[in-house]
Design a protein around this ligand. Structure first.
Ligand SMILES: Cc1ncc(COP(=O)(O)O)c(C=O)c1O
Ligand SMILES: [Zn+2]
Length: 412
């Protein structure tokens, strides 16, 4: 049993039963991303804020009635979710702010927020009776699928761009995935993966294609509200590549609103890299998300390099319907944000994960946020995922001879 009523096309509004359609709206092909709709009346009879407060399950499965899975399904044993939300007054003060929290998604089992979505993919694949699961990814979604599959001994095939950071590729190999490095961009890997999954009947986890990934990512906002003891934040900074995370955060907020657990939504601030800013450009120029044309992305933040953001419709709605904005940050600002956040609150994020903080720095300096706001920054992935980029920001340590006088000289 699950509480899904239907799947709804974000383009045309057509509705389908989950048994009828697996991935996208048949009328719109890969553009017709589906949104999962639930029976909130039934859910509210089985789940309340008080029930959650009394629940000791410290993972995304504390929200199972709000997830698109059968309540009885087997879930991966790795602990996904319930990552720390750190109150960071020191970091706030540096920016002239008072109330700032950092959600450390580097603490997920494979060290990025993508574990939330891949966990759902594996359960859905099992429910569909599929043996092999596949995904295209800039790296993290793949690492998440890879690690979680390993925890259940499930075979999987991964398509990542050949220039994916080494640490992410190492994760794929160590977990025993079949890894195919695609000589092309993430967008090329994405198309190839869909073609291959049709050809072989594999279960496809692709972001902005598989409708259930949004549902996993939304658990981050459920946790944020619980961790803030339902004292609402005023705005949330989210790094944006395909736009699935920000769409997921928005979806979680819509769930909470439908359940009557919150009354208003915080502004969602979508932060893109200046060299990969298709959504920002469309938003600024008033162009409909459905009309976005692909660009050639160039950014050091590999996880948010997306020429054609796959979840662009959900991402645009997330910003528009919450009174938020899109903004861009340069690679230089992203690189500065990595040690900035690490030194200010002890959370070390990869470039994409620090882009949200870079966005906050810019927003604070330009008055886009006010000192009294309650601000959450999503640090979406661990800094250990991309050491090469980080080393560009922090330089090299001093080498010394192993003697006291060398230490004295070095410290002088
Ligand atoms: C660490 C990290 N941050 C941000 C993103 C961007 O998420 P989305 O592509 O859903 O916008 C990703 C996606 O790979 C990621 O891995
Ligand atoms: Zn449609």
């Amino acid at each position: 049993m699950h509480h899904i009523t239907h799947l709804k096309c974000v383009l045309c509004g057509a509705t389908y039963s989950p048994a009828e359609v697996q991935y996208v709206c048949p009328k719109h092909g890969n553009e017709g991303i589906l949104d999962v709709q639930y029976d909130y009346d039934v859910i509210s009879t089985t789940l309340s804020r008080e029930d959650l407060a009394a629940n000791n399950e410290r993972s995304i499965w504390r929200y199972t009635p709000l997830l698109p899975v059968e309540l009885e399904s087997e879930v991966p044993p790795l602990q996904v979710g319930w990552t720390p939300l750190y109150y960071s007054p020191g970091l706030a003060k540096m920016l002239g702010l008072r109330h700032l929290w950092v959600k450390d998604e580097g603490r997920q089992p494979t060290a990025s927020l993508k574990d939330r979505a891949s966990a759902i993919a594996i359960v859905k694949a099992q429910e569909a009776g599929a043996e092999i699961i596949t995904t295209a990814s800039t790296g993290n979604a793949a690492a998440a699928l890879s690690g979680l599959c390993a925890s259940l001994g499930r075979p999987n095939v991964i398509f990542v761009p050949a220039n994916a950071p080494e640490a992410k590729v190492a994760q794929l190999l160590v977990f025993g995935s079949t890894v195919l490095l695609v000589e092309g961009s993430y967008d090329d890997a994405f198309e190839l993966c869909i073609e291959v999954s049709h050809e072989f009947g594999w279960y496809n986890r692709n972001t902005g294609y598989n409708p259930y990934m949004t549902e996993g990512k939304k658990t981050a906002i459920f946790e944020i509200y619980e961790q803030l003891e339902w004292q609402a934040p005023t705005c949330i900074f989210v790094p944006v590549g395909d736009g699935c995370i920000i769409g997921g955060i928005h979806k979680g907020l819509k769930d909470l609103l439908a359940l009557g657990w919150i009354e208003t939504m915080p502004r969602l601030i979508g932060v893109q890299a200046a060299g990969s800013a298709a959504l920002f450009d469309a938003w600024k120029r008033g162009i409909d998300a459905a009309e976005i044309k692909p660009i050639q992305p160039h950014t050091i933040a590999d996880s948010i390099a997306a020429g054609l953001p796959r979840d662009r419709l959900k991402a645009m709605r997330a910003v528009m319907e919450t009174g938020g904005i899109f903004m861009t940050v340069t690679d230089e600002e992203i690189l500065q944000a990595i040690p900035g956040m690490a030194r200010g609150c002890g959370v070390f994020a990869e470039p994409a994960g620090a882009a949200s903080f870079a966005g906050l720095v810019r927003a604070a300096h330009s008055g886009l946020v006010t000192p009294d706001e309650r601000i959450v920054v999503l640090a979406t992935g661990s800094g250990l995922k991309n050491i090469r980029a980080t080393m560009r920001a922090v330089g090299k340590p001093r080498r010394i001879q192993p003697c006291l006088s060398a230490v004295k000289a070095a410290l002088r």
